[in-house]
Design a protein around this ligand. Structure first.
Ligand code: FAD
Ligand code: MLT
Ligand code: ZN
Length: 470
């Protein structure tokens, strides 16, 4: 088939405003948020309807053309970036962005995959409900990408991962068949729960076109404290105190080191250090409830007082207004962007049994000091659910190529330590192309065989997101 024939067939089938074929139009769709990957594609398809997605996949399946599903392109593992192959088709869900329904009796929302997460959270709030999935990328990432990566975010400690929020999925399989699983029932025990295969599959088993989500009572009352801590060990002890005294009101428990705070103060706009001095580490704790602000603030004040008395933290700044609450969150949320501004760095999105975090941190730091003493750690993350972003930046003054030269050796040390402490090499970002080799070498062989069997069953021609995950 000549190189322009297939794109023209897509144009004929789907229309010229749905299919981009000119090189300049395709170019912006070929790289990832981190700038780690750049690929190739013969066309970009931006469907508005599920039927168009089905037609596109059926055509690609016939010709064995690889398809790369793409959401908001905020993924950290290159999952939405095509490889160098010239035949790729990027399928973007960005124009399937309608909220199909919000039901405040059943507390459900049905949204198309291309809906921006932040817009869905605002739509839920306007309806008097909470969609609890929240991450710093929420005004760019799409709900289809969130489901496809089983995203975590800052509220996992109370509401779980995206998986726990999904009631139903509509998707198109690689064959072009539409999977009509968009149920909003709380209970439906009729055979295998097939939607679970699509959650976290990173676009390798189906293209998600719509999602049915659980909604929760709006927690309009929030109170935040930024506590200074001496060490991860102290952060762990503080977590236990907060958990015991605040229970279900604990909505977020985020950790970041003093280096991360310095980085944000250096790169971000409109931020300031609420403390008069520097501390080794910080914990941002959010309590949230449906009512009674006075009681919630009093609870937080008493926990903080208790923690200071027991020397479970060095200092504490409690939010006295929404503006202060948002300013404290900004110190945490700006870390990723500030790291990107700092230049190439190694991301390790890891999870550990919570009680082993302090030992892991000490052991990994000791090993890295030996093998790569000058690497600069920027460690932060969702401590409350055991997920750390163990990110390491090139040594001061090292060339940008440092990560390319030393990255593999450094990552081997970190992930070896993660395995030693019984953790996971990918807590919430998925595998994509970034971690595929480590994944294939470390995953249990039976699990890998079953995953490959499922992939072969659902995608016999292997057209969906080849080279990612498996
Ligand atoms: P994309 O990056 O477009 O795609 C991600 C993967 O999903 C790819 O494999 C793609 O092929 C697939 N995909 C996308 N849409 C579909 C679809 N409709 N059907 C099938 N497959 C699809 N992640 C967290 O989990 N927690 C965090 O706290 C967090 N914080 C972040 C902070 C920043 C500043 C940034 C930039 C990213 C952060 N991320 C975080 C990573 C990223 O936001 C999540 O992985 C997010 O879920 C990706 O959504 P997306 O729409 O951008 O997907
Ligand atoms: C976050 O929690 O901000 C991201 O998942 C971490 C990262 O950017 O490494
Ligand atoms: Zn994260």
């Amino acid at each position: 088939m000549n190189p322009t024939e297939f794109p023209q067939r897509l144009v004929q089938a789907l229309g010229p405003d749905t299919v981009l074929t000119a090189a300049d139009d395709i170019a912006p769709w070929l790289s990832d948020w981190r700038g780690l990957y750049r690929g190739n594609a013969q066309a970009v398809v931006r469907p508005r309807r599920t039927e168009d997605v089905a037609q596109c996949l059926a055509l690609c399946q016939q010709e064995g053309v690889p398809v790369v599903p793409r959401g908001g392109n905020t993924g950290m593992c290159g999952g939405a970036t095509p490889d160098q192959g010239a035949a790729n088709v990027v399928l973007s869900l960005d124009r399937m962005n309608q909220v199909r329904s919000i039901d405040t009796i059943a507390n459900t929302m049905v949204a198309e995959a291309g809906c921006i997460l932040g817009n869905l959270r605002r739509a839920a709030d306007e309806a008097g409900r909470l969609l609890p999935l929240s991450l710093a990328a929420e005004d760019s990432c799409q709900i289809g990408g969130n489901v496809s990566t089983n995203a975590g975010g800052v509220n996992v400690v109370r509401y779980g991962m995206t998986r726990e929020l999904v009631l139903g999925i509509e998707a198109v399989l690689p064959t072009g068949e539409i999977f009509h699983g968009l149920r909003t029932l709380r209970k439906d025990n009729t055979g295998y729960d097939l939607k679970q295969l699509l959650i976290g599959a990173e676009g390798t088993l189906g293209v998600i076109t719509a999602v049915a989500l659980r909604l929760f009572p709006r927690t309009g009352v929030r109170s935040v404290v930024l506590a200074a801590v001496q060490s991860p060990r102290q952060a762990l002890q503080l977590l236990q105190l907060v958990y015991e005294q605040c229970g279900p009101r604990l909505q977020a428990y985020e950790f970041f080191t003093g280096e991360c705070l310095e980085l944000v103060l250096a790169h971000a706009q409109g931020v300031q250090n609420p403390f008069a001095q520097r501390y080794p580490g910080y914990v941002l704790i959010e309590l949230a409830d449906t009512a009674d602000e006075t009681a919630l603030n009093a609870l937080l004040e008493s926990v903080v007082g208790d923690a200071l008395e027991r020397e479970l933290c060095l200092d504490a700044a409690v939010s006295a207004s929404l503006a202060q609450l948002q300013a404290m969150w900004k110190l945490r949320e700006e870390i990723s962007e500030s790291l990107r501004a700092e230049g190439p760095h190694l991301k390790h999105d890891i999870s550990l049994p919570i009680e082993r975090i302090p030992d892991f941190m000490e052991s990994a730091e000791a090993r890295l000091r030996q093998s790569h003493g000058d690497v600069r750690p920027f460690i932060f993350g969702h401590f409350g659910d055991g997920n750390l972003h163990y990110n390491l930046s090139r040594p001061a003054g090292a060339p940008r190529e440092w990560a390319a030269e030393h990255g593999a050796a450094v990552t081997d040390v970190v992930l070896d330590e993660v395995n030693r402490y019984g953790g996971s090499i990918s807590a919430e970002h998925g595998i994509g192309q970034l971690k595929r080799d480590h994944f294939l070498h470390s995953k249990n062989p039976l699990e890998l065989r079953l995953m490959r069997d499922i992939k072969r069953l659902l995608d016999p021609a292997g057209i969906l997101n080849p080279g990612k995950l498996l």
